[in-house]
Design a protein around this ligand. Structure first.
Ligand SMILES: C[S@@+](CC[C@H](N)C(=O)[O-])C[C@H]1O[C@@H](n2cnc3c(N)ncnc32)[C@H](O)[C@@H]1O
Length: 195
């Protein structure tokens, strides 16, 4: 195995998710940003899939789609994206596989109305769909924010869902910072087994 240039630094749930994405995605892959928000993750994924890859991104807020559209256009990545004003729970209707990676960053749009946060029922339906959609060897990352009520509910439900996944089909890791506050963001990683 080749050594990476920088030494490992343990930072937060989002960095862990990004790290797994970097290790999993190759040029030409099809991937999904399940929660577009300000488009930072969409942009990051565009960089990883390159010119021959494709990023499908979802959000239920027009504002998020517009912010993301601007961000990817500025970077010259518009052609490698499909930005959908739709709930991630509908992803199976929009995305054609094989999908290498699907990234969820739950919660609300930074700098906007907190009322439009991800919700347990639709999050669960979407993560279930994502686990089916990914190709063998593909991954799903979910950053969860238990510092607010709905985030706490999402974490409980996701944890139960992930723990019940058939170990013959999936490997699941739950990252949490055990010496930090229980409100600290956590990350769940699901990988579909190759055979
Ligand atoms: C924490 S933000 C995502 C941050 C984003 N990945 C970024 O890089 O800026 C969570 C986003 O999920 C969106 N959201 C809420 N419910 C959703 C749903 N059912 N499907 C897709 N997105 C949803 C919110 O509108 C919000 O923009």
């Amino acid at each position: 195995m080749q050594q990476s240039e920088e030494r490992f630094v343990l930072r937060n749930a989002r960095h862990l998710a990004a790290d797994y994405m970097m290790r999993s995605i190759r040029e030409g892959d099809v991937v999904v940003d399940a929660t577009m928000g300000n488009g930072k993750d969409t942009l990051f994924l565009c960089g990883l899939v390159g010119e021959s890859g494709h990023v499908y991104a979802f959000d239920v807020q027009q504002e998020a789609v517009e912010r993301t559209r601007e961000r990817v256009a500025e970077a010259g990545y518009a052609a490698r994206t499909t930005l959908l004003l739709a709930g991630h729970e509908t992803m199976a209707q929009h995305v054609r596989g094989p999908v290498q990676a699907i990234m969820f960053n739950l919660g609300w749009l930074p700098g906007a109305e907190h009322a439009v946060t991800t919700k347990t029922d639709t999050t669960l339906a979407a993560v279930r769909a994502a686990a089916e959609l990914i190709a063998p060897g593909g991954i799903v990352t979910v950053c969860v924010y238990p510092g607010h009520e709905e985030g706490e509910r999402e974490l409980k439900a996701l944890r139960a869902f992930a723990a019940a996944l058939d170990v013959r089909r999936f490997n699941v890791l739950h990252h949490c910072f055990v010496n930090a506050s229980s409100q600290t963001p956590q990350m769940i990683l699901i990988q579909k087994n190759k055979s």
